[in-house]
Design a protein around this ligand. Structure first.
Ligand SMILES: [Fe+2]
Length: 245
């Protein structure tokens, strides 16, 4: 079939160009555990342009205790990074969101309802990696009632999801979007997470792919994962919502 051939041709070129947009990254220098210097951010963004990305959403951590970022400060720093990227003649659109940890202070955020969102539409949240959140479905329902479209970051990485697939299933049933990390498919977070990442694909649960890039280590893993045959085949046979953002 002609269309199949065309589709394969577009997607088998070893890049991530079909995604267009990365929706999860930690490339604003010095604001969280991500990039700690402009040089690191420049290297990562340059290589991501080579991989075919045209837009990156900067999503620094917002946590109550560890990374106490302020939305206005993040917007200012993102603008400074845009200037540095332009000065280095790298073509990349940089937008701003956040990765909000659902922790003890999250309800206070909900009261002020001040969030940095992708496209002013999608709210990227993450959970604790090893402890299930009580009342998570009610919380998501409240977020949706506040007008947020909720994306859950890297569901394949939450340990309690492995043994309790009814939790992610219930979130999917509620209309939560799932974003898997590309490096999960390359084994960067271990074999169990790798296995889970394909299980989510097989279930039809993965709406977005993200790099969750922090530094050169993540970048090298990303480039390696892009060469992985199984991952390339998965890209050839599935589509994601990245290019709608
Ligand atoms: Fe992240």
């Amino acid at each position: 079939m002609i269309f199949d051939k065309l589709f394969n041709k577009i997607n088998s070129d070893g890049t991530l160009a079909m995604l267009q947009t990365d929706i999860h990254s930690h490339l604003i220098p010095g604001v969280d555990d991500g990039s700690q210097s402009y040089n690191t951010s420049i290297d990562c963004i340059y290589e991501m342009a080579n991989l075919g990305y045209t837009k990156i959403c900067l999503t620094p951590h917002f946590q109550t205790h560890k990374f106490k970022n302020d939305e206005d400060d993040i917007l200012k720093r993102a603008e400074e990074l845009r200037q540095v990227i332009a000065d280095n003649k790298i073509e990349m659109e940089l937008t701003v969101g956040g990765e909000y940890l659902v922790d003890s202070g999250f309800r206070n955020r909900m009261e002020t309802n001040k969030f940095l969102k992708m496209n002013n539409q999608y709210l990227l949240i993450e959970f604790s990696f090893n402890q299930a959140i009580l009342g998570v479905n009610e919380l998501v329902f409240e977020l949706q009632n506040l007008g947020h479209e909720v994306i859950l970051a890297h569901p394949e990485r939450y340990i309690y999801f492995h043994e309790h697939p009814e939790i992610p299933k219930s979130l999917k049933d509620q209309g939560v979007f799932f974003q898997s990390n590309i490096n999960s498919f390359g084994g960067f977070y271990g074999k169990r997470t790798l296995k889970e990442s394909y299980k989510y694909i097989d279930n039809g649960w993965t709406d977005f792919l993200g790099t969750d890039i922090h530094n050169h280590l993540y970048l090298e893993a990303l480039v390696d994962t892009c060469k992985d045959k199984k991952f390339r085949k998965m890209l050839d046979t599935h589509s994601f919502l990245n290019n709608t953002i």
